[in-house]
Write a protein that binds this ligand. Structure first.
Ligand code: F6R
Length: 624
């Protein structure tokens, strides 16, 4: 949440900062701003709303400064207005600060600073940092000491970039349990929350440690702990490819990313399961452990894998829904008990993990603060850890030596789609891998499932070929106020994910339920105005799910289903039928979600919503 950038060099800073911010807009788009130092003066330019608003403002400015910091905001403290946009300055306009995270003790600090005469101009927690650094700086004109003294007084987790007009050749960056990287070019340096931001300029980077201050000039970077001890780390080559966001023939990234799902799955399957007759290739290659960049694969020994008594999964949002399906898959194939926790609910609790537990953190960005905190907690309690992420360069990837990297490429649209199915397929592969290592499943059944998994990309393509029918169905329901999604077993979490996609894309209220749970209360909301979407796949819970749908129909709800082609039972019960090809119930979540993603997309599009950047959201949620 929020993106920080910086530049020092010989080029004009503003265009570089804007190009960096464009790569980070996924982290928040409530406002954007830059601060540059020009002719011994600090110039702060900022605008509420998307980066495009700042760009319009900058068009009339001719800033030629070669040093600056910038920010894209997801509002936490203070409304998303011009005045609350970053950068923030001290009372004299000498020190500028951009910030990611939350300063938890900002109220106390603000009172203290006001009593000393500081004039506050915003409602943010960030502004205290500018005044605090300024106060300490004016004690003895030592900026590094001022930053160090200030950060020792801050509570919370955060990242900062700070400039002082009296030191126009330096940017001070602070990382406290966040992500911040310095890019080193030829006579120029960059700063960004995500190295993707400057990847087009350099691939040499230094990642800041957990509690570290970086003093950056155009010739390099010096690193200090909060205790003042200097650290030294050579730059590493970033393994992130320069990324150009391109919608191709599509109107929205979301639609493009939904359409890419078969390709993404093929890539993941080809990498980890090139031959169904051989074991799943999740083991880390022997050569992979050297060097500092994280590498994909599992390094736990067969003995360690056999000794695992429980699996704890931690995740948020869509990744949490993928994890709930992961629980069903792993339990079915390995009989290892699996618990799934919403990562933020692990905070302040005793996480019951130990050295016979495997804790799995699932996060497409690999930067979600709640998920990282839960993983760190589990690790400190002796649990084995494993990460499933789409970003090999993320914080999560650096926290564990057991990694499954999904092969999605960057997901631009804020609502997760292709990374969700890639997380699901990672769980299938992991369950198969564990089942093989522990001899936990009948080899005939395993081979049947592996073959079924290999067919999924082609079956998804068939669903994508039915887009027009799904668009028409979506048009029928675009004016409703509330929607209920329900499913059982493997597709209960599909119902949760279907509801989340509809909510975040169209802003229509939607809830997902275990179909058997409807009668325990939620059924009270049903009447002829409420569509109920049932996920109905032949298998162990088919009849019971159909009965639950009948119960909803008896309350006059508008009935929609996702069912398999050729199912004759559905015509009596449902007004609208979205179909998927016949599939093993075990693998069906990989198909059932696709019509639901498209359904939500077409409704949002018909309503004219901001599909790729829904209001109030951010792609990377780095506050707790
Ligand atoms: C919904 C969505 C979010 C994320 C959640 C976790 O479409 O994208 O619910 O799934 O914020 O994000 P990651 O996976 O980056 O940890």
């Amino acid at each position: 949440m929020c993106g920080i950038v910086g530049y020092l060099g010989t080029a004009k800073a503003v265009p570089v900062l804007v190009s960096e911010l464009k790569c980070l807009e996924y982290r928040g788009y409530d406002s954007a701003g830059v601060a540059v130092i020009e002719e011994g003066r600090l110039r702060v330019l900022k605008a509420a709303g998307k980066l495009a608003n700042l760009e319009s403002l900058l068009r009339t400015e001719n800033a030629y400064a070669t040093v600056g910091i910038g920010h894209t905001r997801w509002a936490t403290h203070g409304a998303p207005t011009d005045k609350n946009a970053h950068p923030h300055t001290d009372s004299e306009g000498q020190i500028a600060v951009v910030h990611n995270g939350i300063i938890e003790n900002y109220r106390d600090l603000k009172d203290e600073l006001i009593s000393k005469g500081c004039k506050f101009a915003s409602d943010t927690d960030t502004e205290v940092v500018a005044h605090l650094v300024s106060t300490y700086y004016h004690e003895d004109n030592d900026m590094l000491k001022a930053v160090m003294t200030a950060v020792r007084r801050l509570k919370g987790i955060y990242a900062l970039a700070i400039m002082n007009v009296e030191e126009p050749d330096t940017i001070y960056a602070v990382n406290h349990h966040y992500s911040l990287t310095v890019g080193l070019g030829d006579n120029e340096s960059f700063l960004a929350s995500d190295s993707l931001a400057y990847r087009q300029y350099t691939n040499q980077m230094v990642r800041l440690d957990q509690s570290e201050i970086a003093v950056i000039t155009k010739n390099g970077v010096r690193l200090y702990g909060f205790d003042g001890a200097e650290a030294s780390r050579p730059p590493t080559a970033s393994d992130v490819n320069a990324f150009v966001a391109d919608k191709g023939q599509f109107k929205h990234f979301l639609h493009k990313e939904i359409s890419e799902q078969p390709v993404v799955l093929r890539q993941t399957l080809t990498k980890y399961m090139p031959d169904v007759n051989k074991p799943v290739l999740l083991r880390k290659a022997d050569t992979a452990s050297s060097g500092s960049a994280p590498s994909a694969g599992i390094s736990l020994t067969n003995m360690q894998l056999r000794g695992i008594e429980r699996i704890q999964v931690v995740a948020c949002g869509t990744a949490y829904h993928a994890s709930l399906i992961g629980k069903y898959i792993i339990e079915e194939l390995t009989s290892i008990p699996v618990e799934v926790e919403i990562a933020s609910e692990c905070r302040g609790r005793k996480l019951l993990v130990n050295e016979r537990t495997l804790t799995i953190a699932v996060s497409q960005s690999g930067e979600t603060a709640d998920t990282l905190a839960a993983l760190k907690d589990a690790k400190s309690r002796g649990s084995f850890t494993l990460g499933i992420t789409n970003r090999a360069d993320s914080h999560l990837a650096h926290l564990t030596s057991n990694l499954i990297i999904t092969q999605c490429g960057i997901e631009v649209s804020v609502a997760a789609t292709k990374t969700y199915v890639a997380q699901l397929v990672s769980f299938y592969l992991l369950a198969m891998f564990l089942a093989e290592e522990r001899d936990a499943v009948d080899p005939g059944r395993l081979l049947e499932l592996k073959k079924g998994l290999m067919l999924i990309p082609t079956l998804q393509e068939k669903i994508l070929g039915q887009e027009e029918e799904i668009r028409q169905a979506a048009n029928k329901y675009k004016s409703v106020q509330d929607v209920v999604f329900m499913g059982r077993g493997f597709n209960y979490p599909t119902a949760l994910e279907g509801a989340l996609k509809l909510k975040e894309l169209s802003y229509i209220h939607a809830s997902g339920y275990a179909a058997g749970e409807l009668k325990h209360g939620p059924i009270a909301v049903l009447d002829e105005k409420v569509p109920v979407i049932t996920i109905l796949v032949p298998g162990k819970v088919y009849e019971k799910t159909l009965s639950n749908a009948q119960e909803a129909k008896a309350r006059n709800a508008q009935m929609i289903c996702v069912s398999v082609e050729g199912d004759q039972n559905v015509h009596h019960t449902f007004d609208t039928i979205l179909t998927i090809p016949p599939v093993d119930e075990f693998l069906s979540p990989l198909l059932a979600v696709v019509p639901l993603q498209l359904f939500s997309y077409f409704i949002a599009e018909a309503l004219g919503k901001d599909v790729d950047q829904p209001r109030n959201l951010a792609k990377s949620v780095t506050v707790e």
